[in-house]
Design a protein around this ligand. Structure first.
Ligand code: C2E
Ligand code: MG
Ligand code: MG
Ligand code: MG
Length: 272
């Protein structure tokens, strides 16, 4: 009867909730162990200029789990929720700087960008620790770039503006990631010392089919250039997208059409 049914339902939901909670605890334990064992590694995805020459690369976090490679969609939110992202990003930064040093030795110095979460950006010793790392590895200035998603700039604009200024003094450049996905105040663009703006994949996807999107991208590129900011198109998959973006005077291009994210050794090979 109805009452019994209801009780069963509640029992079912409780079981469901317990299972979810258990899964989360297991994931947390797995992630903590992964940090201890240094299992967060960078994959590198180059970006290219109009002649398809590699001019830089982005380090994207991967979790080396048993014999598989796990993508950020599976764990990044949870790393943030548990604050573990700070350790994971510190490890990743260290790996990237080591790799940059190795590349420099082989006269293959190109800039590499890391993605930093709001939590990492709010570490109070961030400038100090990046500064000592850069000193320790004695890297050329301009080797390291930091990508920050648009929405993070707004959370505490004054803080971010100041942080960027301090890190710019060390030679670190900044990119606004996934540009256009948040409510952008055009005003903040002129106030932040950012060097690159990454046009979000959602625009690139529609650029061949939707004239309004194309106009919007043209305006974004024009605006960026008028502020002395270079543009990078994300997620370029089709030749036609590349051609259109070139006519709009986009500076750099990143996407499967050119390179997918790849492990370090493959990346080093691609640079040869
Ligand atoms: P993102 O920084 O915007 O990076 C671009 C994402 O698009 C990457 O996914 C990349 O593999 C993917 N991508 C590149 N080209 C193409 C393309 O042509 N087509 C399609 N469909 N996708 C393309 P990935 O590596 O799975 O990373 C997803 C997101 O996870 C990143 O987006 C970034 O927001 C986040 N992430 C990655 N590593 C880190 C990290 O170390 N720290 C933080 N906070 N976030 C990270
Ligand atoms: Mg990025
Ligand atoms: Mg992006
Ligand atoms: Mg994106």
């Amino acid at each position: 009867d109805a009452k019994e049914n209801g009780e069963n339902q509640i029992g079912f939901f409780r079981k469901d909730i317990e299972e979810k909670a258990f899964k989360k605890l297991k994931l947390k334990a797995d992630l903590e162990r992964a940090i201890l064992n240094k299992k967060f590694i960078p994959f590198y995805q180059p970006y290219v200029d109009k002649n398809k020459q590699i001019v830089g690369a982005e380090a994207l976090m991967r979790w080396k789990k048993d014999n598989t490679i796990v993508s950020p969609a599976e764990f990044i939110n949870y790393l943030e929720e548990t604050n573990l992202i700070i350790d994971a990003e510190n490890q990743l930064t260290d790996s990237v700087l080591k790799d940059l040093k190795e590349l420099e030795k082989h006269h293959k110095d190109i800039p590499i960008s890391i993605n930093l979460s709001a939590l990492s950006l709010n570490q109070k010793d961030l400038v100090q620790s990046l500064s000592s790392l850069l000193n320790y590895y004695n890297l050329k200035p301009n080797s390291l770039k930091i990508e920050i998603v648009e929405r993070v700039f707004f959370k505490d604009f004054a803080y971010m503006k100041n942080l960027i200024e301090e890190l710019r003094e060390l030679g670190v450049h900044f990119s606004i990631d996934d540009f256009g996905t948040h409510y952008s105040s055009l005003n903040y663009l002129s106030e932040l010392d950012v060097s690159f703006l990454k046009i979000d994949i959602s625009f690139v996807r529609k650029i061949q089919t939707d004239p309004k999107t194309k106009n919007l991208v043209a305006a974004i590129i024009y605006l960026a250039h008028s502020l002395n900011i270079k543009t990078i198109a994300e997620g370029v998959e089709a030749k036609e997208q590349f051609e259109i973006l070139k006519t709009l005077d986009c500076d750099y291009f990143q996407g499967y059409l050119f390179y997918k994210p790849m492990p370090k050794l493959e990346f080093f090979r691609a640079l040869r």
